[in-house]
Design a protein around this ligand. Structure first.
Ligand SMILES: *Cc1c(COP(=O)(O)O)cnc(C)c1O
Length: 233
């Protein structure tokens, strides 16, 4: 199947149910992204800052770029002028840095808080207690150039559907709770980003409204699997 067909098929499936498709283009050449763009796709996800900057430079300027990988504070400045959503915020320190650079560019940068839901040994994402602590932190509430649009999570990489389903369900419950407690008045807190190629249907059944799909659209990646923890080092 071609990239064009994949985009068209997915958008036909996702648009009517209000689910945003993030085309995860990491490791893929600009030609592939251009083909997806020509098929109507406008939202793309990258996990490395340098790669995202290069692609931003050479591709149409109406693309919405989502950063979906771990972000180091010293690299925020490179993407602050153009990034449309940082999906992987996992600390107050990082938020403060994003806020600082948002201020410099006179913009409010949209972010998702990444929540740790997987039964796996990954070091990224906030647990429930850390999430609540962050939302209550005076330093956080004082920030003017970041806006929290919702939550993001990555389920365990397993064939066991029950495990994945429980993790998505847990994140949806958490999302609803956070919304009710902290963002009742704000319509902008509305994004629940969960689901990748292997599990996006399960994610949608459990309340996701943003899915991040790479291999389903562009085919398998031969290098740099997303679990490569050295990716941003
Ligand atoms: C790579 C990646 C994806 C896409 O993975 P596929 O299995 O190719 O769909 C989604 N989310 C994150 C955070 C990723 O790093």
């Amino acid at each position: 199947m071609s990239i064009t067909t994949n985009i068209e098929t997915l958008q036909k499936e996702l648009q009517p149910i209000g689910v945003t498709l993030v085309a995860v283009s990491k490791t893929k050449p600009v030609e592939d992204i251009q083909e997806a763009y020509d098929a109507g796709q406008r939202v793309f996800g990258e996990n490395m800052v340098q790669e995202m900057m290069e692609k931003y430079e050479s591709l149409p300027k109406d693309i919405s770029w989502h950063l979906i990988g771990h972000l180091q504070t010293n690299k925020v400045k490179f993407i602050a002028p153009f990034v449309s959503l940082i999906e992987s915020v996992d600390s107050i320190k990082l938020l403060k840095e994003i806020d600082k650079h948002g201020g410099k560019h006179n913009r409010v940068i949209d972010c998702l808080l990444q929540v740790y839901i997987a039964d796996e040994d990954t070091k990224f994402g906030l647990d429930h207690a850390e999430l609540i602590e962050l939302l209550r932190d005076d330093e956080f509430t004082a920030l003017k150039h970041v806006r929290i649009r919702g939550l993001m999570g990555i389920a365990t990489n397993t064939d066991n559907e029950k495990v994945i389903k429980d993790e998505f369900y847990e994140l949806k419950m958490l999302f609803d709770g956070i919304k009710a407690s902290f963002y009742r008045q704000e319509d902008s807190f509305s994004i629940l980003s969960m689901g990748m190629s292997s599990d996006y249907q399960l994610a949608i059944e459990n309340g996701s409204n943003m899915v991040r799909l790479g291999s389903t659209i562009f085919g398998k990646r031969v290098i740099k699997h997303y679990k490569n923890k050295d990716a941003e080092h």
